[in-house]
Design a protein around this ligand. Structure first.
Ligand SMILES: C[S@@+](CC[C@H](N)C(=O)[O-])C[C@H]1O[C@@H](n2cnc3c(N)ncnc32)[C@H](O)[C@@H]1O
Length: 293
């Protein structure tokens, strides 16, 4: 996937933007909070978000501020995410495991089960984000080139805007099965119009695309674990509508918030690191201005 929009969507970022600061009666296009995910989410009313696209700290893989690791409470964050998600709302949880003493930690699998058994989410889909290459070479096993995207929903998802950018290998050919007849009530057979396979079909649930480092080649990244812009964008376009409120409780550099605003959604962001949340506020403000005027 690239940073340019999938051809079939035909959307232009700025064509979708809300005309005023009031969208669907809610008075903010974006909000940035500095603080712990649980404490920030506790301030949010029930069923407030239509979508969350977030990537929590993966096991103990990285230290997110100069002073060392930040703690986070998975279980209470998961419960708060369920409470703050509207009926039909979706949480996209982008995650991976570390390898501990030669074995996968299984943290993501435990999280997935907790989301379902203890919170009430359903696993709508388990998608894969496949990178073009690996970050660290693996010893004694194949190199690790993917992350999970758990698509969790509170009941049946209220919206799904499938991205239709997978080129059909049999585009333009006859896609009808066999003789393509149907039997009438009197037993006679009628030949149906033959179906021509369209040029593009719906994307599958393994999404291949560049890492953020590859998207911003030769630039110093603002954050050690930035989500690719295309991944945040395509999840937002798929599982939310214009004007929806999109949250990220581990916002980092604000990828989710920026893509949400760019495509006419609103955003709610928090990060515990004062370093990131300060620069996040400046970044989001500049995008808000860009988006709204
Ligand atoms: C994987 S990064 C997210 C990166 C982000 N998706 C982006 O594209 O920039 C995880 C973020 O969680 C933040 N964090 C760690 N513990 C937290 C907590 N308890 N509450 C809120 N944020 C936390 C870290 O500061 C870090 O920025």
């Amino acid at each position: 996937m690239s940073d340019s929009l999938p051809p079939s969507l035909g959307l232009k970022p700025n064509s979708l933007l809300p005309a005023s600061l009031m969208v669907s009666g809610v008075p903010y296009p974006s909000m940035v909070l500095e603080g712990d995910s649980v404490e920030c989410l506790k301030q949010v009313p029930d069923e407030h978000f239509q979508l969350t696209v977030t990537s929590p700290p993966y096991d103990d893989l990285r230290s997110y501020q100069s002073g060392g690791k930040l703690d986070w409470d998975f279980k209470e964050t998961a419960r708060q995410l369920y409470r703050t998600t509207c009926v039909g709302g979706v949480v996209c949880w982008v995650v991976n495991d570390s390898t501990v003493k030669g074995a996968e930690s299984l943290t993501s699998a435990r999280q997935k089960i907790f989301f379902v058994d203890e919170c009430g989410f359903q696993v709508h889909d388990t998608m894969i984000y496949q990178k073009p290459n690996f970050s660290n070479p693996s010893k004694g096993r194949y190199h690790q080139v993917f992350e999970y995207v758990f698509v969790l929903s509170k009941g049946k998802p209220r919206c799904f805007n499938p991205i239709m950018d997978r080129r059909n290998i049999s585009a333009g050919k006859d896609g009808s099965m066999g003789a393509n007849t149907c039997t009438q009530s009197d037993g006679s057979k009628v030949v149906r119009k033959r179906r021509v396979v369209s040029e593009f079909g719906m994307r599958h649930n393994i999404w291949k695309g560049n890492t953020r480092g590859q998207e911003e080649m030769c630039q110093k990244l603002k954050h050690p674990a930035m989500m690719p812009k295309w991944l945040a964008r395509d999840l937002i376009l798929s599982f939310s509508d214009v004007g929806d409120l999109v949250a990220d409780c581990f916002a980092g550099s604000g990828t989710t918030g920026i893509q949400a605003l760019k495509y006419g959604r609103r955003s709610w962001l928090c990060d515990k690191s004062s370093e990131y949340s300060k620069s996040l506020r400046t970044t989001i403000q500049s995008h808000e201005t860009l988006s709204l005027y």
